[in-house]
Design a binder for this molecule. Structure first.
Ligand code: MN
Length: 195
């Protein structure tokens, strides 16, 4: 099956100025498209050809894993953004309060992990196998999809995610991304089973 570029749930210019149309033209239109093109090329004629993107991420290695995982991470990331961010819902709020003390403390922790992560990667909020919420980071294409946890939210901290709008100021980018999070989607993921 061919892995296609999914439609964004917002217009390219809808997230500006926090995330400009130009950033999305490159990040979504070129970077994600290239991962998908590479993925389609690498699975052609192999046992992976009919597998879902999730199955490929969980069972591949090398260049195929890198492109499949980057495709999955980006689709998950872009799907979490919205121009109409509302406050954290009550169910998720209670869990964040239980595991981090407060929403503010959680945001500080994820901001610190996102800005402090060395090199390219992803900062995550996940629900672990025991149902606890945790903040973690992964490097390069590595993903929380195959760690036996439920990914709830991720922030892309590759330079291509922020260099057009923020140049080298990753901390400013992370600060602005907080205003674009679709908390309803994050909360809905508490009950999704990706495994
Ligand atoms: Mn990216």
């Amino acid at each position: 099956m061919k892995h296609l570029l999914p439609e964004l749930p917002y217009a390219l210019e809808a997230l500006a100025p926090a995330m400009s149309a130009e950033t999305l033209q490159y990040h979504y239109g070129k970077h994600l498209q290239t991962y998908l093109d590479n993925l389609n090329r690498l699975v052609a004629g192999t046992d992976f050809e009919e597998k879902s993107l999730e199955d490929i991420v969980k069972s591949s290695s090398g260049p195929l894993f890198n492109n499949a995982a980057q495709a999955w991470n980006h689709i998950f990331f872009f799907d979490t953004l919205t121009p109409l961010s509302k406050p954290v819902g009550t169910g998720l709020h209670a869990l964040i309060q239980r595991d981090f003390g407060s929403v503010e403390a959680f945001k500080q922790q994820l901001t610190a992990v996102a800005t402090g992560h060395f090199g390219s990667g992803w900062a995550w909020l996940i629900k672990d196998a025991d149902g606890r919420l945790k903040v973690l980071s992964t490097s390069n294409a590595d993903t929380m999809l195959r760690e036996g946890v439920t990914p709830l939210l991720t922030i892309d901290v590759w330079e291509h995610a922020y260099y057009i709008d923020y140049r080298n100021r990753r901390a400013d980018y992370v600060e602005q991304v907080w205003g674009l999070i679709d908390w309803e989607k994050v909360e809905n993921r508490l009950n999704t089973n990706l495994f």
